[in-house]
Design a protein around this ligand. Structure first.
Ligand code: G6P
Length: 372
């Protein structure tokens, strides 16, 4: 087993380090040098894909957060409405699904029963189902109309890391492919995003290489009883995933919020010493999201929160309000989750390890939940 872990103390550690490769391999062979997508493996009639008027992403756990990131990107690039729904909720309501709906089922294992039941239900209603799955030959792709595999390699640790980054990457590819097919964006913009995507593995590697400080903070915080996470836009699912990782691995109460929702309730939780991670959007983004989130940091700091900030390199505006800043490389807003979630994964893994817990096999959880 020691050899399988590649010299790392746990599979979780190894899989965090595998992430640049997972993203690289998921992109490999799917984009041309000329800035086009080649996803011939999606064997769905192009005419069907041109006519879909709605996308519903169904998934559970971490895969559902990948779906939430996908929503922001696909709506922006394709101008198709995208809903994201937990598979078990989708299945037992009365979803509006028809032949013009593309259902995207996201699953690392391809065996999650909740997701599989939702896939069956969607197909019965006439939807086209595309699976984004990591495990070849698993059930969900077999029962779907098409599959776009993530090439993260086998993921052993129960809590998902590299599969999550690969799912987000595959979802970007799908969004760009649909934009290309439907002609919704100028070829220039697609080509630009393709170049940005190609640069991601190196940026992710840099975040991992620079993780000394976040590891140290995690060890110091081993006795913390509650951590909050705030994010906005694509930073919102990142906040949710950061909280999920901490619950799963360290058994600490953790909650993720949309930063804009702070004043509508969660700010009541802020008391002196409360640690809060804030995922700050790029200051180079088009709108005023950055300054709004910086104001949130200021608001909670004024109430005594201990602010742990994830921000883009060069973003000095956060410095006056941050107790700690973890910088990540500059990245276009929609692609930022691929770098901003990494310090949160490392934080959870390191803190749980400092508590003496088994990060690969957290209590009560299973890698693949094959019951409803
Ligand atoms: C379980 C795992 C999670 C995972 C979820 C979905 O709950 O513990 O880490 O995110 O299932 O799994 P899937 O294989 O469908 O991605």
């Amino acid at each position: 087993a020691a050899a399988e872990k590649g010299g790392f103390p746990s599979f979780m550690d190894k899989e965090i380090h595998d992430q640049p490769q997972a993203v690289h391999d998921t992109l490999l062979g799917r984009m041309t040098a000329a800035g086009r997508l080649t996803l011939d493996e999606i064997r769905v009639d192009e005419q069907v894909l041109r006519q879909i008027d709605k996308i519903i992403v169904i998934a559970c756990g971490t895969a559902a957060y990948a779906g939430q990131v996908a929503k922001y990107a696909i709506e922006h690039w394709c101008r198709i409405p995208v809903e994201v729904e937990l598979a078990h909720e989708f299945r037992y309501r009365d979803p509006v699904v028809n032949a013009k709906t593309l259902v995207v089922a996201v699953s690392q294992s391809g065996e999650t029963m909740d997701t599989l039941m939702a896939v069956r239900h969607a197909r019965e209603q006439g939807a086209t189902v595309l699976a984004i799955v990591n495990t070849h030959g698993s059930t969900i792709p077999r029962e779907s109309d098409a599959v776009l595999y993530t090439h993260a390699g086998p993921e052993v640790a129960v809590a998902s890391t590299k599969a999550f980054l690969a799912q987000i990457t595959a979802a970007y590819l799908l969004g760009l492919y649909l934009a290309q097919l439907r002609g919704t964006k100028f070829p220039d913009e697609i080509a630009e995003v393709i170049d940005d995507l190609r640069a991601m593995p190196e940026k992710i590697a840099k975040v991992i290489a620079d993780s000394g400080r976040v590891r140290q903070i995690a060890r110091w915080m081993a006795d913390t009883s509650s951590v909050l996470f705030l994010g906005r836009h694509v930073g919102y699912p990142v906040a949710m995933e950061g909280a999920l990782k901490l619950k799963e691995l360290a058994y600490i109460h953790a909650e993720g919020f949309a930063a804009g929702e702070l004043k509508h309730g969660p700010i009541a939780l802020i008391e002196p010493g409360q640690p809060v991670f804030i995922i700050v959007p790029s200051p180079r983004g088009r709108d005023s999201l950055h300054s709004k989130v910086v104001s949130n940091i200021q608001e909670i700091r004024a109430r005594g929160a201990r602010t742990l900030v994830i921000a883009e390199e060069g973003d000095d505006a956060v410095l006056p309000f941050a107790d700690e800043v973890f910088f990540v490389p500059q990245t276009p807003t929609l692609l930022a989750p691929l770098v901003s979630v990494v310090p949160l994964q490392i934080f959870a893994c390191e803190l749980a390890t400092a508590r003496g817990l088994d990060v690969d096999q957290p209590r009560n959880l299973a890698k693949s939940v094959t019951v409803e």
